[in-house]
Ligand binder design. Structure first.
Ligand code: AKB
Length: 317
């Protein structure tokens, strides 16, 4: 049975992944690491152990790994792309300094490490359509720079020290549970909240701007399946392209209108987010993930929209 430490357990991915892993491996085996000010609440708090683990503090990571006899670390601490541009030094400290701390603890204590990369690891020179697994990665955001550095550092620790590092490049993640906050793809979550609340959605991303997106249940499955996969079949490690859907604001808006007639959207220019979105791929080619560890998404835009609206209506109305 795995013993897992999740760093960033109260964030957008962490809050759902922690509960999912507790369901699979047993609640007492999954430790929710959080920073002061972002304490676990409700079911997340009640259902299993939690510890203060600030990724910028290597001693705290080592102490939690020691205390709970951890063998696997999910490193989910990060500043998302738009907020990272406002605080680039902090983005580096968490994204690269924090990963270095995690990898050093993993090397000393023999832990496997999952660290998400992102579509943000690509840049304007990358082929935008069906972006290949192995291609140009020259991002122009600090978020992307930390992600490419993280991919390379994780590969280095695997090659040089035998640390079992694994990763996927997440698209924009859409969920009704915890809001994202500070990302470029956040609009694709916010639009559902506006639709359910009966508000006009102010879209910060221009019509015609395509980005990869994924429903959270698929993303959680990817993070779990890659850590369970047979490593002898891997030709890559850090990090695999994964994909399930690609759309622009018009496509998601029109899909929501099928279920929320009369829903209104208007465009409000956001130069920072638009520039980031323009530099990212339109759609990733995830053939390697499919071939090397059997990745397969379950949700398309229609299935995700129906599920999001159902859950948000229950949550908000
Ligand atoms: C962001 O928009 O910054 C993230 C991402 C795609 O990595 N959702």
């Amino acid at each position: 049975m795995k013993k897992v430490l999740i760093i960033g357990a109260t964030g957008q991915i962490g809050s759902e992944l922690t509960m999912k892993l507790r369901g699979i491996y047993g609640s007492s085996n999954i430790v929710a690491g959080y920073i002061p000010g972002a304490e676990p609440k409700g079911e997340l708090k009640e259902s299993g152990p939690s510890e203060i683990v600030d990724i910028t503090n290597a001693e705290q990571i080592a102490a939690a790994v020691e205390k709970y006899d951890i063998d696997t670390i999910y490193n989910l601490a990060a500043l998302l792309s738009a907020v990272a541009e406002v605080k680039p030094q902090l983005a580096w400290k968490i994204g690269v300094g924090g990963l270095y701390n995690t990898l050093e603890v993993a090397r000393e204590k023999n832990c496997a490490v999952f660290t998400p990369s992102s579509i943000g690891s690509f840049g304007p020179d990358t082929p935008h359509d069906h972006t290949p697994q192995d291609t140009i990665q020259r991002p122009q955001t600090i978020y992307g720079v930390t992600k490419v550095t993280g991919e390379m550092l994780s590969d280095y620790y695997a090659r040089r020290f035998g640390v079992d590092t694994r990763s996927v490049r997440f698209p924009g993640l859409i969920s009704y549970v915890a809001p994202p906050g500070g990302g470029t793809t956040d609009y694709a979550v916010d639009i559902y909240y506006s639709a359910v609340k009966g508000e006009t959605f102010k879209c910060p991303i221009k019509a015609g701007t395509f980005m990869d997106m994924m429903y959270m249940p698929d993303a959680l499955r990817a993070a779990i399946e890659i850590m369970e996969a047979d490593i002898t079949k891997f030709k890559h490690r850090n990090s695999f392209n994964i994909a399930s859907m690609s759309f622009d604001p018009e496509i998601i808006y029109n899909k929501i209108c099928e279920y929320v007639p009369g829903f209104k959207m208007e465009y409000v220019h956001d130069p920072l987010r638009q520039a980031i979105a323009d530099s990212w791929p339109d759609s990733l080619d995830d053939t390697c993930a499919r071939e090397e560890w059997g990745w397969k998404p379950e949700y398309d835009l229609d299935a995700m929209t129906q599920d999001m609206l159902k859950h948000l209506r229950a949550k908000l109305l």
